[in-house]
Design a protein. Structure first.
Length: 133
């Protein structure tokens, strides 16, 4: 059981590299962001959906499923509420640079809160794996 989960956490580290998770967590989504983030997230979610990407430890797997759902929610929220800017490689949540509306500020906060939740779940899995495996 533990050896299977050690293989899964190794795969987890490949699918969800710290650099991606930190980018999601640290970025100010009130500013522009590189569109590559969508491809990176989609690639991770596609790998995640493979049938062998499962932890046998139930508490880790439960958190793993929560991470998957939260990452999908984050990606959807960011995608629906952002649009391209003058540089086609970058997008932003459509706000005026100097005067965002109250609704735009709420969306930015929701996206950033989801980003924090994604990172927290990622960190929890890493901690749990370290403690239990």
């Amino acid at each position: 059981k533990a050896s299977k989960d050690l293989k899964t956490i190794s795969k987890f580290d490949e699918v969800f590299p710290f650099s991606l998770m930190n980018e999601i967590h640290e970025h100010d989504f009130g500013a522009s962001f590189n569109n590559e983030i969508f491809g990176k997230i989609q690639k991770a979610l596609n790998e995640y959906r493979k049938p062998d990407f499962i932890f046998l430890n139930q508490s880790i797997e439960k958190t793993n499923l929560q991470l998957n759902n939260k990452l999908q929610e984050f990606s959807k929220m960011l995608g629906i509420n952002s649009g391209p800017i003058h540089n086609p490689n970058f997008s932003r949540i459509p706000v005026m640079y100097d005067n965002p509306t109250e609704d735009e500020m709420k969306v930015i906060k929701q996206v950033e809160d989801l980003a924090d939740e994604v990172f927290d779940l990622y960190s929890k899995i890493k901690r749990m794996a370290h403690q239990k495996l």
